[in-house]
Design a protein around this ligand. Sequence first.
Ligand SMILES: Nc1ncnc2c1ncn2[C@@H]1O[C@H](COP(=O)(O)OP(=O)(O)O)[C@@H](O)[C@H]1O
Ligand SMILES: [Mg+2]
Length: 423
Amino acid sequence: MHNVAACARVRAEGFSLVDSGLYREVYYPLYRSVLYILVYLPPMETRNPFPYGRVVTGEDFADREQELEDLIRDLEAGQSILLTSPRRYGKTSLMVEVLRRMGELGHLTALVDLFGCVTPADLAERLVREVVVRHYSRMESLARFLREGLARLRPELTMHPDGTVGLSLRKDVEAVGEEAVLEEVLDAPQALAIRKNKRLVVVLDEFQEVGDLDGRWLLKLIRSKIQHHDSVSYAFTGSKKHVLEQVFADQDGAFYRSARPYGLGRIPPRAFQEHIIERFGATGLSLPDGMVERILSFTEGHPYFTQQLCHEIWNLGTARRTVSEEDFEGAIGLILESQREFYAHIWDGLSGHQRRMLRALAKDETDSPYASDFIKRHRLKSSSHAKRSLGALLEKQLVEKESGTYRVADLFLREWVARSLVV
Ligand SMILES: Nc1ncnc2c1ncn2[C@@H]1O[C@H](COP(=O)(O)OP(=O)(O)O)[C@@H](O)[C@H]1O
Ligand SMILES: [Mg+2]
């Protein structure tokens, strides 16, 4: 009897604790908020949010809103485009995003990477694979399209263990020759668009490679075919601006006026700034005051080098859970250290005068590299010496000309040379 009363008292006191103001007003709301945060907050990202050296998509992709709007409008209207920029400005990433959005709008899309094509037959195979094979999930429908669309050819199909389909035109090339194969294959995009009753957007990435394949017949053939493709919009992209300009702008050139030129610049500071702060923030890191401005004034908004620098700063900051002022120089040091062998190899491949020219431009970018004061200041002997060396450096893509100014293309190579880290 006594025990029962005691138990009842304990229970009553327990309840009185739960019912107390302290519990209702402090503990319980606190407990609910913690629970809410744990359940509803997205988990903090832990991978490095600044990838570089590969196509960037989704939340890693910064800005380019105006470019996306312009390019999608043109391509939807059937206007082909020629997108040029120096390497690593983000052409491929931009076009992948264009295609993603156009796919969502209901268009067919294909990206054909021409980098590393060695023969016209390589081009033919890549084209059929990306334009045709990828658009058929059923083997029978694919085989039917190939039978009807490429009537003169007998492409060999192979089923890979991962479910993808491989295609080879080797036997056709042996049987009828490269030119005949290309003749047939180049009309496949239009045939596919008509068959599927949709607009098809084809990106021919690194298009300048075609110029190196086999002279002018191939360019002429491509032009003569695609000018009749009214259901296909083409985007030609490339970084060797002078090669592409020759192909497209030259009145005798095979592509004269067939595509609207579009130059891709760097990412404007404000947009990049927002992106960088947001990406650090998404992983729980904030930057010290003035750091983002310092990063962007060093990289001048160059997409690749900005990402590379932020990547290293993020690595340093994450290890200590905070980014400090010193991480800026620390990250540059790490990058220079990791590239040391590569830069030494580049340096070894240059003649004495080319090295002088590279060092001159590393310290002193200029729009008049043949002017006598520039030549005198950097001891470049004569303007004809300067012309020859600069020509070679441009050809190797070690130097770029942008808005009239010559500069070392790789920001960190520039830093390495300017800091006289040469071995
Ligand atoms: N819009 C962007 N946002 C963020 N990073 C970018 C963007 N565009 C390019 N980059 C950076 O530059 C790198 C090179 O981009 P990529 O599309 O391969 O250039 P390109 O095709 O012009 O050589 C990417 O790996 C990425 O680090
Ligand atoms: Mg690219």
